[in-house]
Each structure stands twice: as structure tokens, then as C-alpha cells.
Design a protein around this ligand. Structure first.
Ligand code: Q9C
Ligand code: ZN
Length: 342
């Protein structure tokens, strides 16, 4: 299987993450990419290719223009305002505050466009997020052109990025941008299966009222886990999108037997939808040793997961999302891909 990769994703290196009332070294770190690419090389998964540059247009096809412009300039504006350190929002348009007014102040706009406080901005964030999207689109184009599977080693991840909000380590929604391009290229139906530990709130947000993208997500129950305020089973879509959003919230401690049951239900729904393309939001923070998650999947389980995805027989694009057990992230990600290869 082809891997799309660029060292430029490592240009984003935040120094801090707000975690449990302390600042820690960010879980979403450049070393994650090194561990995955090392494993791809070690087992000889296949050729590693550089992405091509697609510009801003495919981002603007799913994200708000003001949001994208904000991200492009936020770091420089922060510095120009004489502020030091990495921007963290300190106020939001919370209940009964005005959510229809965009502040002029950079501090105010950070609160307007952020959905969480753990994800700081830093130099080259916009550049890295653009390359991450280029990787996703390069993988997508390869799958569309050849029918063969491909893996996009995306970083930063994307599935928490909503129409006009960043957070959960995500800025541009790579899976959504790829799905939108496939549709604009002439496909009628695309399925996005999100197997990251966390609910793909951003992807759900972008496609919630649409029937041309079936979105399914297996994740930690939002009563217990980030992003807390979306990802419940009763979120099934809106308008003509009704029935095209499927959430599988699972309790902390979920092991592979339980998880694979939910996966099989999701795969049944994908089959019934008959999409021309499957995009897998591939997070491996479901791993038993993940430092911020609570599922109990083991490294060998990812091989079995890949085999089950292969059994669908649908052209498939894999895009990296989360996974923070850095020592094992390469093994776990590549196990899904080798399981798929058979
Ligand atoms: N105490 C992705 O996996 N909350 N994002 C961390 C740690 C944020 C995860 C809390 C988790 C975001 C792409
Ligand atoms: Zn995650």
C-alpha cells in the first residue's frame, strides 16, 4: 500500500498542552510521525510518496472562510499584539453570550474559533495543517484514480475540526476535505468510518444535514470522554441527512470483543449504503496503553480490524487521526494497514 508522507508536518511543534490543570508536553507531537514512517519502512508496506500541493480551495469547500483566514494570521497577530507564549482561549461565546459577534481582538477571536483549550497555536501551525490536508488529498486521489488503497500519514489530525472551530489537536478536517473532493470529482456517495477513540465531532458537524456522506463513529461515550458535548447515539442527522449519521458511544474499559461488535454493525451499515469510496479516520488511541484514552485494544487486534475493513471490498483511503502511545503508534497503525493488505 502507498503511504503519503511529508517531513513538513513536523513544522508544528507546540510546547504546551493544558492537561489536568497542568501544562504538559503536547501528546500530539512530531515524533508520532517518525514512529509511523519508521514502521512503514521497516515492514516494507510499500512506496512512500510526497504529497502534491492543493492550495486553500479544497479547505474552503468545507470550512468557513473567516475561520481559515483567522488560522492563517492568528500566530502573527498574537505576536504583533505583544503577547508571548502560545495562545490558549480563556473565554468562549458560552450560553447566553453573543455567538453572532466576531471580536476584533486576537484574544477574543481565539475564543470565538476554538472549541477547546488544550490545543495551542504556534509557529507554522497553518503550514503544517495545510500539508496534512495535502497528504489526505494525495492519498484520496490515488485511491480514486487506481482503486488501490492508500494511507495518508496526516498530522495534525483533523476529525475534531468543525466548520469554523479548531480543537482536540485538529485544525482542518482532512477526512471531510477528502470526502468533499471525491464528491466534486463525480462520486455520488462516500462513507467515512471514524475509529479514533474520540468522537469525530468535526466530521459530523460538516456533513450532518447531508445524505451524500454516511458518517459513522465508534468512540468513548461522551458522558465520560472528550469532546463531551457531541457523539451521542441519538444524533442521527438532520433534514435530508436524517439516517446518515451513526454514533457508537462505548464505555471506558471496552475491549476488542465489544468494540468489534460495534464495528461489525457499522460495516453492515456501510455495505447497505453502497458507497463508491470509504475513508477511514484511523486513530489508534483505542490502544490499551494510550495515555489519554480508556479502551483496551491490543496491537494484534489492529490486524483483525484491517482484515474486517478489507472484507467490505470498497476502495479505501486511510487517514491518520489520533494515537498517543508513541512507542507503539507505528506498530498499531501499520497493523491495520497490513491486516487490510491480507
Ligand atoms: N487529559 C485526537 O485524538 N483532550 N484528539 C485530552 C487529556 C483532548 C484528541 C485530555 C483529546 C483530543 C485527534
Ligand atoms: Zn482521538
Amino acid at each position: 500500500m502507498l503511504t503519503f508522507h511529508s517531513e513538513d508536518t513536523k513544522q508544528r511543534r507546540p510546547r504546551i498542552e493544558l492537561d489536568g490543570g497542568r501544562f504538559v508536553t503536547p501528546h500530539e507531537c512530531p515524533e508520532r510521525v517518525d514512529m509511523v514512517i519508521d514502521r512503514v519502512r521497516k515492514i516494507g508496506l510499500g512506496e512512500i510518496r510526497a504529497p502534491r500541493a492543493y492550495g486553500l480551495e479544497p479547505i474552503l469547500a468545507v470550512h468557513d472562510h473567516g475561520y481559515v483566514a483567522f488560522l492563517e494570521h492568528a500566530w502573527d497577530e498574537w505576536g504583533a499584539a505583544g503577547l508571548e507564549g502560545e495562545p490558549i482561549p480563556s473565554i468562549w461565546p458560552a450560553r447566553r453570550l453573543r455567538g453572532d459577534r466576531i471580536p476584533n481582538s486576537i484574544e477574543g477571536r481565539i475564543g470565538y474559533y476554538a472549541l477547546a483549550a488544550e490545543t495551542t497555536l504556534c509557529a507554522r501551525t497553518f503550514a503544517a495543517a495545510q500539508v496534512s490536508k495535502d497528504i489526505a488529498l494525495s492519498a484520496l486521489d490515488h485511491v480514486v484514480q487506481t482503486g488501490e488503497p492508500a494511507f495518508g500519514l496526516c498530522r495534525p489530525p483533523g476529525h475534531h475540526a468543525a466548520i469554523d472551530q479548531y480543537g482536540g489537536y485538529c485544525f482542518f478536517n482532512n477526512a471531510a476535505i477528502a470526502a468533499q473532493r471525491a464528491l466534486q470529482g463525480g462520486m455520488g456517495k462516500v462513507a467515512i468510518l471514524d475509529i479514533d477513540f474520540h468522537h469525530g465531532n468535526g466530521t459530523q458537524d460538516i456533513f450532518y444535514a447531508r445524505d451524500d456522506v454516511l458518517f459513522l463513529s465508534l468512540h468513548g461515550d461522551p458522558r465520560q470522554e472528550f469532546p463531551y458535548f457531541l457523539g451521542f447515539a441519538d444524533e442521527t442527522g438532520r433534514g435530508k441527512g436524517e439516517g446518515f449519521n451513526v454514533n457508537y458511544p462505548l464505555l471506558g474499559g471496552t475491549d476488542y470483543a465489544v468494540w468489534a461488535n460495534a464495528l461489525e454493525d457499522a460495516l453492515r451499515r456501510v455495505r447497505a449504503y453502497r458507497p463508491e469510496l470509504l475513508i477511514v479516520s484511523l486513530g489508534v488511541d483505542t490502544f490499551e496503553l494510550d495515555p489519554i484514552s480508556s479502551f483496551k485494544l491490543k496491537s494484534d487486534d489492529y490486524l483483525d480490524c484491517g482484515r474486517r475493513l478489507k472484507a467490505l471490498g470498497i476502495p479505501t483511503t486511510f487517514l491518520l487521526e489520533g494515537g498517543y502511545a508513541v512507542e507503539e503508534i507505528g506498530i498499531n497503525v501499520v497493523n491495520v494497514l497490513t491486516g487490510f493488505e491480507g
